[in-house]
Write a protein that binds this ligand. Sequence first.
Ligand SMILES: *[C@@H]1O[C@H](CO)[C@@H](O)[C@H](O)[C@H]1NC(C)=O
Ligand SMILES: *[C@@H]1O[C@H](CO)[C@@H](O)[C@H](O)[C@H]1NC(C)=O
Ligand SMILES: *[C@@H]1O[C@H](CO)[C@@H](O)[C@H](O)[C@H]1NC(C)=O
Ligand SMILES: *[C@@H]1O[C@H](CO)[C@@H](O)[C@H](O)[C@H]1NC(C)=O
Ligand SMILES: *[C@@H]1O[C@H](CO)[C@@H](O)[C@H](O)[C@H]1NC(C)=O
Length: 316
Amino acid sequence: MERLCVILLLVSKTLMVNAQFNGFNCDANFHSRFPAERDISVYCGVQTITLKINFCPVLFSGYTDTDLALNGRHGDAHCRGFINNNTFPTVVLFSISLSTLEACGNSLVVSTAQGPNAYGNLSLVQIGNIAGYIDTPDPPTVISYLPGLLYKFSCSYPLEYLVNNTQLASSAAAISVKDSNGTFVSTLNLLLYNDSTYVHHLAIPVSGLTLKTRVFAAVKATNLDRRWNVLMDYCYTTPSGNPNDELRYDLFFGCDKDPQTTVFENGKSQMGRFSFEVFRFVKHKNQKMSTVFLHCVTKLCRSDDCPLLLPVRMAA
Ligand SMILES: *[C@@H]1O[C@H](CO)[C@@H](O)[C@H](O)[C@H]1NC(C)=O
Ligand SMILES: *[C@@H]1O[C@H](CO)[C@@H](O)[C@H](O)[C@H]1NC(C)=O
Ligand SMILES: *[C@@H]1O[C@H](CO)[C@@H](O)[C@H](O)[C@H]1NC(C)=O
Ligand SMILES: *[C@@H]1O[C@H](CO)[C@@H](O)[C@H](O)[C@H]1NC(C)=O
Ligand SMILES: *[C@@H]1O[C@H](CO)[C@@H](O)[C@H](O)[C@H]1NC(C)=O
């Protein structure tokens, strides 16, 4: 008799919880709990930041999807998320476009911190950090029996990259709980053109380019939020594809410039432009052709910050 009662109690409790999850992809055994840190994932992309929140513990806590909003903007429908029932568990998705960050109260802070530099080594570099939170509204009462939910997130993007004159493959960003890192390197390309109009790409003949041919080069950002400008710090050449090759010839480094190199535009738009004359590496003297690999250490800066980062003589 006693045992029967216990079973009945258990069954009725399970039914109650299942009713609460009401057809969403939740499992009463796993999700009858309040949210934890693992219930948010952050994807720091090139154009958007995507946040995924496990919806089941939100339901268990007594809230619905419309109770969750970015940075306390509960009155603003476009600062709320979207339910996605196609996953287990059901998630609420928030998508933040990097070009309209401020619309839902997110902000970008550029700071100097330890991070990977252009060569992947840790050093002091500029980092763009976007941070914010998702929470539930405060009830209009003095006390509440529902816990307030708060999910914090951040995305860090290093702002210094090494760009080669080979097309860079697009890179996947890391997925992690709460804090995550992204990169804009896939938006940067080092392109070669045949004249100062920067319209026609340079076609390299099979026999190679004639020495002293003027080559027009550009580090160009594509699909990158308009707030960033491209600033070339250091462009150099190596006889091999290895950007760390000890043998190198510098085209320009801050104010120091090879006499045949001209910098046309730097830090003023999403394209940095310069030209130089074709030369050969003397170590290739026994070869028919000398190969030259071009590399540029490039920073992204906000238009207001760029003049501060430019070498003094150029900014003046
Ligand atoms: C998700 O599933 C729930 C429960 O079946 C349903 O009420 C809701 O409308 C669905 N939402 C979407 C976006 O499909
Ligand atoms: C990067 O770090 C490695 C290992 O410490 C070092 O050998 C290399 O010279 C560094 N490269 C640059 C460009 O600083
Ligand atoms: C982000 O990058 C920094 C610097 O490289 C590293 O210390 C940190 O662990 C990374 N964070 C994540 C979540 O990957
Ligand atoms: C660059 O290429 C275009 C198209 O092939 C050509 O019309 C133009 O004359 C070239 N410019 C130079 C300087 O060779
Ligand atoms: C630059 O190009 C070389 C050879 O193409 C490649 O090995 C290297 O990884 C590239 N560097 C970066 C930072 O993409």
